[in-house]
Design a protein around this ligand. Structure first.
Ligand SMILES: [Zn+2]
Length: 496
């Protein structure tokens, strides 16, 4: 069979000042045609899993672009260029027997609230009604009716921390091939749930969401069920159709798809109060760490997590540590292109008064100035060694390490996923030798940092990805929604 393969993986954030233009995709992935298998084969990545599952088929790679969780809704020209390129290449590739789209699922653009749904519908319009389309999605996808209408089936990650990217691609491709061969007839049911949850307790390893996901995985293994998934959604999306959801795809049984989706949605809804994370006041967290012999303590600065769409430019924790003048080693990192230029001009070995932080917005924190020694400079490139996206190359842009007392600060040009210690190790810094290591990530960092951390602490810090949703100026979001509104009792219906 002849299968077209494409995708855009971007998670948008309505309140973040971080940019989402073509440069952010160039720093992630912007791959055309044969570059796609060349760059992604053999990694823990959706595309890689899909290619493996289709090794006996003719694959036509179109365009794959990833900017991770780059922040704002994608700029208009960037979306139009990426979508236009995928559609042009798809037109040239026709006829095809199926299309696999590797998406994130929580992508908005300046001109499309639901950019995932828009792109998938455009792919449907080009491919025609009879060509099967399957999309793979991140567990933080925002499932809209538009997405569900455009495709034959949806396959989602089953893990948070996300470690099943390759497996998700494989499941998506296997299902697409079955549909294309007319061995199954997918019936998809989407159940939207009027709730949003912080990522910290949306883990599949423990806590309320693990119980939901266990049921999802069991259901997917039952005869007659082609795919099942549950989505905790990217919560900082100020869009009318936004919230958690579940999707069930059965083989030819509409009623079963609907009843299983409804059942899963109720399981999810009933646990809504258990998702709020425990946040430790930041001074208390530092006292606790300094009073203990063990190391390293890994601090999750989830409020500034680039993997949730934050700019990575927070000084909140840096300022507290500078003010306390700690002598123990603390590894921190910050995005600040201007400060990187200043430090690169000063050179290794220089001492300077350096101002860093709040490079994109000073709503939640301000820049800080301190005396710093320039320890090293680099091009900021490394590969992920942990389970999630294993082997994927990460580009921080020009990077520097500066030192002030016990503080060792990595300053970078581009925000990156902070899922493992390679960010620091690539700069010659060793987390195991440090008292405090900061990971700007709510969940995914636990896969790699969990085994090496003495303890993990989530300090209460300000930022665009704070789990306190009531802080944000919601305008477009459909109400009522939990926890912004008090919703008691049974799972409410959501009308068209
Ligand atoms: Zn995610």
């Amino acid at each position: 069979m002849r299968i077209a393969l494409a995708g855009v993986y971007q998670e948008s954030h309505s309140f973040s000042p971080a940019l989402a233009a073509l440069d952010q995709f160039k720093a992630g992935f912007l791959l055309y045609g044969d570059e796609i298998p060349q760059e992604l084969t053999g990694l823990n990545h959706e595309i890689s899993g899909a290619l493996e599952a289709a090794s006996n088929q003719e694959i036509v790679p179109l365009t794959y672009a990833s900017a991770g969780s780059s922040g704002q809704p994608i700029h208009r020209e960037t979306y139009d260029r990426l979508a236009g390129d995928i559609l042009d290449r798809l037109r040239e590739a026709l006829p095809v027997d199926g299309v696999l789209m590797a998406m994130h699922g929580a992508m908005a653009s300046e001109h499309h609230d639901d950019a995932t749904g828009s792109l998938l519908q455009s792919v449907r319009d080009v491919a025609g009604p009879n060509v099967p389309i399957v999309a793979t999605l991140d567990l933080h996808a925002n499932l809209t009716r538009g997405i569900a209408r455009a495709v034959d089936a949806l396959v989602g990650y089953h893990t948070s921390p996300h470690i099943d990217q390759g497996d998700t691609g494989r499941r998506g491709m296997e299902l697409l091939l079955q549909i294309a061969a007319k061995k199954v007839k997918p019936e998809l049911s989407l159940r939207q749930i009027p709730m949003i949850v912080p990522g910290e307790n949306g883990r599949t390893t423990e806590g309320p969401f693990s119980e939901v996901m266990d049921r999802v995985i069991r259901l997917e293994q039952e005869p007659g069920v082609l795919a099942a998934s549950a989505y905790t959604v990217q919560p900082w999306l100020d869009l009318p159709e936004m919230g958690c959801s579940v999707v069930v795809v059965t083989d030819g049984d509409v009623r079963r798809a609907e009843s299983e989706a409804e059942h899963l949605a109720r399981e999810f809804w009933e646990r809504r109060k258990d998702f709020m994370p425990h946040l430790t006041p930041v001074q208390e967290a530092i006292d606790l760490v300094l009073a203990d012999e063990r190391r390293p303590y890994v601090f999750s600065d989830s409020a500034d997590a680039p993997s949730s769409g934050a700019p990575g430019d927070s000084t909140a924790l840096l300022k507290v540590l500078l003010d306390r003048d700690i002598s123990e080693t603390a590894l921190l990192n910050i995005v600040d292109p201007e400060a990187v230029s200043v430090v690169h001009r000063a050179g290794v070995g220089a001492t300077l008064q350096l101002t860093v932080g709040a490079a994109f917005s000073s709503t939640f924190y301000k820049p800080v100035t301190f005396a710093a020694y320039v320890k090293s400079l680099s091009d900021g490139t490394f590969r992920i060694k942990g389970a999630g996206f294993r082997g994927v190359k990460v580009r921080m842009g020009r990077t520097a390490v500066v030192v002030s007392g016990g503080i060792q600060l990595v300053i970078m040009e581009q925000p990156v996923f902070q899922w493992g210690p390679e960010l620091y190790r690539s700069q010659g810094l060793e987390p195991m030798d440090s008292k405090i290591v900061v990971a700007k990530s709510p969940v995914a960092f636990r896969a790699a940092y969990g085994p090496l951390a003495a303890e993990i602490i989530v300090p209460d810090l300000p930022g665009v990805c704070s789990p306190n949703f009531k802080l944000f100026p919601w305008e477009k979001l459909s109400r009522p929604i939990y926890p912004l509104d008090d919703l008691e009792g049974d799972l409410p219906e959501i009308g068209e």
